[in-house]
Design a protein around this ligand. Structure first.
Ligand code: NZQ
Ligand code: ZN
Length: 386
């Protein structure tokens, strides 16, 4: 096991009817900017629950943060924060609203001229404006981590940011919010969380037995409850296990002491930036080809995953490892996800070259757990997804 430090300061308030606890979690004299997305919270009752809980506070609202939070929209919210002298942010939404709020938390205290530099220059946020979240969509884990991904339509870029100052102060996780989520987004949530675990697990054995079993148990739970949540989003047992699995998949715990990959996300973000494909679906497109391309360096963990998660126990190590890749792709397909790039866009010729060029220009010359995946390898992997 590698050396590690672990600190996660986010307070989780989990369960039915917990949104009313907002009242106790926000500092008394705070002036709040409440941020939300395209309006789902106004149709499913979450907006009423939140505004009722905030009755005693001064609250300004900013709605309209789109999926894949857009820089130009967030810059409008930044104006509101400055003009209204806001000192606390509350995100009510999924990963996009929470990530947008993290960007604002950082940008509000940023002393440079152009907040976009936080992303392009990878400036870590040591201190941000305090913020809390009410999670409406289990998927990204953003509610309990310190990362965010921001999109800029103008340049067709999607870039990450983060830092110890970007953990939410608290996050309220009420599994009943799942009732109103369309199945397309539930499927995205299952797939995103599943791939988060794979990114932190599908590397090489590192003697971290407990982390491996944490990761395998999250995968097993998602496989068990995913179809149940899709079949009946009001099944509270399934919903609560689904929600907590998504949070645990990316709150930092399972990546401690182990090598991590994250190349699937790096390539996937480009597919969203170029074609607007849902984040989770880009992962289902890239992951099978990525694991096939890197088969030799990942086969021990692939075979362990085959045995422990999918119960594939017959045959040689190579056989189990390659069966695991196939089973994973089938799992995504069973959820209703297309796993070829050509199913999403007719315009895919040249994608691999474009992504490889972008990575070269950004100096991303060695991705993956061995930091040896070169832009020309990325090009080959993306071509395999056509
Ligand atoms: O905008 P509204 O109207 O609220 O509708 C949203 C949106 O259309 C809807 N929705 C959310 N909760 C709902 C609901 N509809 C009905 N009932 C509810 N309770 O769902 C749609 C998608 O929402 P979005 O927030 O975009 O989805 P998700 O949570 O999957 O977030 C995706 C974003 O997070 C980033 C992705 O790149 C993408 O930009 N990620 C963030 C990560 C992080 N911070 O750690 C890690 C991830 O790997 C990921 O990159
Ligand atoms: Zn993800």
């Amino acid at each position: 096991m590698k050396n590690f430090e672990f600190k996660n300061p986010t307070k989780i308030i989990f369960g039915k009817g917990q949104i009313e606890k907002l009242n106790d979690e926000i500092p008394e004299n705070a002036k709040i900017l409440m941020l939300y997305g395209g309006g789902s919270i106004k149709r499913n009752g979450i907006y009423e629950q939140v505004t009722k809980a905030l009755e005693k506070f001064e609250v300004i609202e900013f709605g309209g943060i789109p999926a894949n939070p857009e820089y130009s929209v967030l810059m409008e919210a930044l104006e509101v924060i400055k003009n209204e002298k806001i000192d606390f942010l509350l995100a009510v939404g999924g990963g996009s609203v929470i990530d947008g709020t993290k960007f604002l938390s950082s940008a509000a205290l940023y002393e440079g001229e152009t907040p976009w530099d936080i992303l392009t220059q990878r400036i870590p946020t040591q201190t941000g404006m305090p913020f809390g979240t009410v999670l409406t969509l289990p998927a990204t884990g953003s509610e309990m981590n310190s990362g965010a991904v921001i999109t800029r339509e103008e340049t067709k870029e999607k870039l990450g940011m983060g830092g110890p100052g970007l953990f939410p102060v608290f996050s309220i996780l009420d599994p009943e919010v799942i009732h109103s989520i369309p199945s397309r987004q539930l499927v995205n949530g299952i797939t995103d969380a599943f791939t988060h675990v794979l990114e932190q697990y599908m590397t090489y054995p590192s003697g971290a037995f407990l982390q491996d079993r944490f990761a395998e148990s999250i995968l097993q739970t998602l496989i068990e409850v995913g179809p149940k949540v899709l079949n009946d989003p009001t099944d509270y047992t399934a919903a609560s296990n689904f929600m907590w699995s998504c949070t645990m998949a990316l709150n930092g715990l399972i990546q401690k002491g182990v090598p991590t990959d994250w190349a699937v996300h790096a390539m996937g973000h480009e597919l969203t930036a170029l074609y607007g494909i849902d984040h989770a679906r880009t992962l289902a497109v890239i992951a099978p080809s990525h694991y096939k391309f890197n088969f030799e360096s990942k086969k021990e963990k692939l075979a362990q995953y085959a045995e422990r998660v999918w119960n594939i126990k017959e045959g040689s190590l190579d056989h189990k490892a390659s069966a695991a890749i196939e089973r994973t792709e089938t799992f995504f397909q069973e959820l209703g996800i297309e796993t070829r790039l050509s199913a999403y866009t007719e315009d895919y010729h040249g994608t691999a070259e474009e992504i490889s060029k972008r990575f070269t220009e950004r100096g991303w010359l060695g991705l993956g757990e061995h930091q040896n995946l070169k832009p020309e390898d990325v090009e080959k992997i993306v071509k395999m997804t056509y």
